[in-house]
Structures are given as C-alpha cells and as structure tokens.
Design a protein around this ligand. Structure first.
Ligand code: DCP
Ligand code: MG
Length: 441
C-alpha cells in the first residue's frame, strides 16, 4: 500500500558551548533551502521544472487532475493508485493556471522562474495572476514539506552534529570543530552538505559560512539558489556594510523606517553612528545591539536540540481503514510501526519508558493514549504489547486515517535499569474491541 511513513524525534532544547572553549576559528553556517515548498512539489512533478509555478491558495486539488486525465484518456485505467505513481507523466497543459484567479489566496512561495515576473512570498494570488497569468498554481501540502524538512535536517546532523533548527527550511550549523569545517573558510564542508542533501532528496539549498549566526544568515542569501558564500571577519566593510539595514535579522520594518528617518539606509551608515546616539534614539538594549550588529559582532551560541525526549513513527493511509474489515492490514502496519520506532531507538542509542499511540479518525479528530512501564525498553515486541494495551482504550468502531506509535521518557541506552521482565499482561487480557485487529502474539 502506498502510505507514507513519517518519523519524528522530539528534542529538549540545549545550548551548544563548543565554540566558546575552542582554539579554532569560529565558523557558523546558515543553510536555507531554495524555493522550498515549490521545490518539494517539483520533485513529484519534474515536468514543471523551469516553469513559473506558485504554491498557495486552497486545498489539494489533485483529484481535479485525475478527473482531467480520465476525461482525456477514457481508455486508460486511471485508478488513484496508478495516478499517484504517474504524477511525473501528467502533461503540463493539464495543470491549473493562475490566470483569472479571483479570491483572497496568498502565495507561500514561487519558483525562481516565477520570481522573474516579480512574484514572491506573501503576495496575493490575484496580483500574481496579473504579473504572470501563465504561472501554474499548486496547493500547499504541509505534510510533504515537513517530511522533506526532517529528511534534510537528519542528513546535516549525520555530517555536522551541532545544528540549530530555525524552522521548516533553515538551520544554523556549527562548522568549527567538524572535519573540513575550517577548510576554505567552510566551503569544503558546505559543498559536502549541499551534495549530500541533493543526492538524498533532489533538493538544493544555499549556505553562508561566517564568524557568527548574524553574518551567516545574511551570507546565505548572497548566492541563491544553490550557492555558497564565505564571509570572514575582514569582509565586513566590503560585503556587509553596503547592505540595507533591513538585511540584519532583528531589524524589522518599523525599526527600518525609523532608521531611514535619520538617513540611515545601509549597515555601514548604521556602523558609523556613535553607540550612545543609537542608545538615545533606540533604547538602551536595542540601541546597543544595533551597534554590535552593524559591526558584525554576535556571540550567541547555537541552541541545539541534541537530547531527544521522544521518538515516533506514524502513517497516513491511502484510504481510511476499519478495525474489523481491515484487521490484517492494520495489524501489519501496527507491527511495522513498532519495529520502526524500536529500530530508530536502537540506531540512535536510546530506550524509553512511556509508550503511546495516536489515532486520527476519518473526521480528522485525533486521540492519543500512553502508558508507562517499569524500566526502559527499545524492544519492538515489548513496544507493541504496551502500545496494544493503549489501543484498547480508544474507540475503534470508527474509520482510521492515521496510526502512530511513540516512545517517550528517553534515556541513553544502558544508563537505566532494563525492562527485561517478561510482559504477560497482554496475554491475560480478556477479549476486547482492540483485539479485533491487534493480536497479542
Ligand atoms: N513561506 C510561507 N509564507 C511566507 C514565506 C515563506 O509560507 N510569507 C514558506 C514557503 C517557503 C518556506 O516558507 O518555501 C521557506 O521560506 P523562505 O523564505 O526560505 O523561501 P523559499 O525557501 O521558498 O525561497 P528562497 O529560495 O528564497 O529561500
Ligand atoms: Mg528558503
């Protein structure tokens, strides 16, 4: 069955201290995916590459495309399954255009081809329709973007473990102590990360490497898309000072207006002001910060998230399943989810004490149940037994859209008493609704 399995690891926040004590030159990267939502869409519709495409508006309308295909090729066997497998073969002319759009929809992002027409994030679709009527309009699919978000981040942490998550499509990475992180100012490692992400996902990103987060964030924009920019401390005057103050992450539209009112447009002009003048006009803390920022100083550590608090696997079914009629299928999926969570735990070296399930019904209502055990485990069978108990506490007479298994309260494997007591409760449980599809074997 074609369901998509999603995995998730939740972390407790922790601050990285690596750079402070290091004799190496501090090198911090900011990585930002290129036209992220649009690029995720182009992976499944490669026939749209190079064309103006905007993402936004209403809900998914893939079924409209299926309808068109059925009408155009009535002899074709266009089941949903066949359709999903052949997305890359849908003729370009079948895709909806933005022309004539009326409504209040807003663009989340646009391909670089669409940007040439002046289209960009947060623009109304009606305005975009005027700028480029032939642009193709695709609906947003957040689940898909989250999937690729997790994928590219896990590739990064495999290479460079100190990473700060900044949202769906950007992260900071501490290059300082990573092999290759100092070579050519970080370019060698940046190239490796770009290539690894591209090879695994087909997505491109842009990376800026600089002495700190503030400059790195600006630098990642210098060579978009698919670019790398290296900034050293000595480049402040030539590369940073000519930029508009607004390019500083932390100078919003209001502060920018006020700065302009004083005739300060560029970061260089900001740097030229006396700190006490800035404090006088922008307040003690913000004024002082503006001065530091203009001089490229930023000591903030990366806030890494390296201690997971839970790991989970969940899957959304192609069609909603029923506990009785689809018993075998559900049981198999359930077992597999437990095995996957167990494998995730084992691979990353964790064990957990709280085992839980999540179900989303056909009306999108979600319920969760969990249960704590004595000791800690990363054993698939044990997880399945306890998760099976949790399932007995939810309504299984309704159709199910999503099923998930989570293990929480994690500790590093081997650091806590092991839950190796045989678990017999499940065998003793009398026949209940959950047994309809969750066998206790
Ligand atoms: N996004 C959104 N609404 C906005 C801005 C962005 O929904 N106003 C979403 C869509 C983007 C994603 O967030 O794909 C990442 O935002 P970016 O600003 O990084 O934009 P892109 O990744 O799309 O393009 P770029 O190549 O400029 O980074
Ligand atoms: Mg981006």
């Amino acid at each position: 069955m074609g369901e998509e399995v999603a995995l998730a690891t939740r972390y407790a926040s922790r601050v990285s201290e690596t750079a402070a004590s290091s004799p190496l030159i501090r090198r911090i990267a900011h990585l930002d995916m290129d036209a992220f939502y649009a690029s995720c869409e182009l992976l499944r519709y490669p026939q749209l590459k190079g064309l103006p495409v905007v993402i936004g508006g209403g809900r998914r309308k893939e079924d409209d495309l299926l309808g068109k295909l059925q009408a155009a090729y009535p002899e074709g066997d266009w089941t949903l399954e066949r359709f999903v497998e052949n997305l890359d073969r849908i003729p370009v002319e079948f895709f909806p255009r933005i022309e004539g759009y009326t409504g209040r929809g807003v663009i989340t992002t646009a391909t670089y081809a669409a940007r040439q027409f002046g289209i960009g994030s947060a623009m109304g679709l009606m305005k975009a329709a005027k700028l480029c009527p032939q642009a193709i309009l695709l609906p947003v699919d957040f689940e898909r973007y989250r999937h690729f978000s997790r994928a590219f981040k896990s590739i990064i942490t495999d290479i460079a473990p100190v990473m700060q998550d900044r949202g769906v499509d950007e992260v900071y990475i501490d290059f300082t102590e990573v092999p290759g992180g100092q070579r050519e100012g970080g370019r060698v490692l940046a190239r490796l990360i770009q290539k690894s992400i591209f090879d695994a996902t087909g997505l491109t990103c842009s990376i800026g490497v600089a002495p700190n987060k503030l400059i790195a964030k600006m630098a990642s924009e210098f060579n978009k898309p698919n670019g790398i920019s290296i900034v050293h401390e000595a480049d402040l005057q030539s590369l940073i000072w000519p930029l508009a103050c607004r390019k500083i992450n932390g100078v919003g539209p209001k502060a920018d207006e006020k700065l302009k009112g004083f005739g300060i447009h560029t970061i260089g002009e900001l740097a030229a002001r006396e700190p006490h003048w800035l404090v006088e006009h922008f307040g003690k803390s913000y004024g002082a910060w503006l001065h530091e920022a203009a001089w490229g100083r930023d000591e903030r550590p990366l806030e890494t998230e390296s201690e997971p608090v839970s790991m989970s696997r969940e899957t959304t079914f192609d069609r909603d399943l029923h506990a009785v009629r689809d018993r075998a299928e559900l049981s198999a999926v359930f077992t597999r989810l437990c095995e996957q969570v167990a494998a995730d735990l084992q691979r990353k070296g964790y064990e957990g004490r709280t085992i839980g399930i999540k179900i989303r019904y056909d009306n999108f209502q979600a319920v969760t149940r969990d249960q704590s055990i004595d000791g800690y485990t990363h054993d698939a069978q044990r997880i399945r037994q306890v998760a099976g108990q949790c399932l007995k506490r939810v309504d299984l007479s309704r159709r199910i859209r999503l099923l998930g298994v989570r293990v929480g309260t994690l500790v590093k494997a081997g650091t806590a008493p092991h839950a190796d007591k045989p678990y017999i409760a499940a065998e003793e449980t009398p026949y209940e609704q959950a047994d309809l599809f969750f066998t206790d074997d």
